[in-house]
Unconditional design. Structure first.
Length: 255
């Protein structure tokens, strides 16, 4: 990877990981972040690491659906998870649109591979483009789906939607579309985007190209207080956590 391409990817990656982190803070889970880092390698451009015991895993959803708890609370919990998964690509798309609006030198090569393929953001048609994950999508509905093989944002999100809605492909796509629109709406909120932008700059200016989650939580979570949404995803986050989290295998095992 040449230096120019590497720097452009670093910028995109900073906004991608910042999108994930700020949405965590928005949902009152900023203290769950362990660190955010820009690795700058071909294998892994960036990472947001969640502290042990605080990440929802797909295996948890099986447990949740068997528990006698509010289905609405479960659905909101999973919706937050998928919105968090999609926030990275939505942030990249927002950066691309903003950069073009101010006539910067942004070109298609600056967009990450995922951003180009999914076309998240204003287009919101990424969920209809399954070419890159055709094999994964077929596996999801073939009866051989295994939670342990989900690795990237799209696989985790679609796996979660599948477990919640069942094996109806149209329902899974509709649920993913709804979550993508929520992620897009959050990222386009002026206050949320301002935090994503500032965190991305913090990451790029950090000598270690990483920031501790506690630092991110302390700086950005207070700035996101008071933001409202029609879905109740923000206002009911703490209440849902108190209902849902004790039934999560991952939360019980890793804490």
């Amino acid at each position: 990877m040449n230096e120019k391409y590497w720097r452009l990817n670093q910028r995109q990656t900073a906004y991608h990981e910042s999108g994930h982190a700020i949405i965590k803070c928005l949902f009152g889970e900023g203290e769950h972040i362990d660190y955010v880092a820009l690795h700058g390698t071909d294998e892994e451009l960036g990472r947001i690491q969640i502290k042990p015991g605080y990440s929802l895993i797909l295996q948890d959803i099986h447990q949740l659906l068997q528990a006698r708890i509010s289905h609405a609370a479960i659905e909101r919990k999973i919706t937050r998870y998928i919105v968090y998964c999609f926030a990275g690509d939505a942030s990249e798309q927002k950066l691309a649109e903003f950069s073009r609006d101010v006539h910067s030198s942004l070109h298609d090569e600056m967009l990450s591979e995922l951003g180009l393929q999914y076309k998240v953001g204003g287009n919101l048609q990424w969920y209809k483009n399954y070419d890159i994950y055709e094999e994964w999508w077929e596996t999801l509905f073939s009866g051989s789906f295994d939670c342990f093989y989900a690795r990237n944002d799209f696989e985790l999100a679609s796996g979660a939607a599948f477990l919640l809605t069942g094996d109806d492909e149209d329902k899974v796509r509709d649920f993913l579309d709804r979550c993508a629109k929520i992620a897009d709406r959050f990222v386009n909120n002026a206050r949320i985007w301002s935090c994503i932008n500032l965190l991305a700059i913090d990451l790029l200016e950090s000598k270690s190209e990483s920031l501790l989650g506690d630092v991110i939580h302390e700086k950005y979570s207070p700035r996101l207080c008071g933001i409202e949404d029609d879905e109740g995803l923000i206002e009911l986050a703490a209440t849902d956590a108190s209902i849902v989290d004790p039934h999560c295998i991952g939360f019980l095992v890793r804490r």
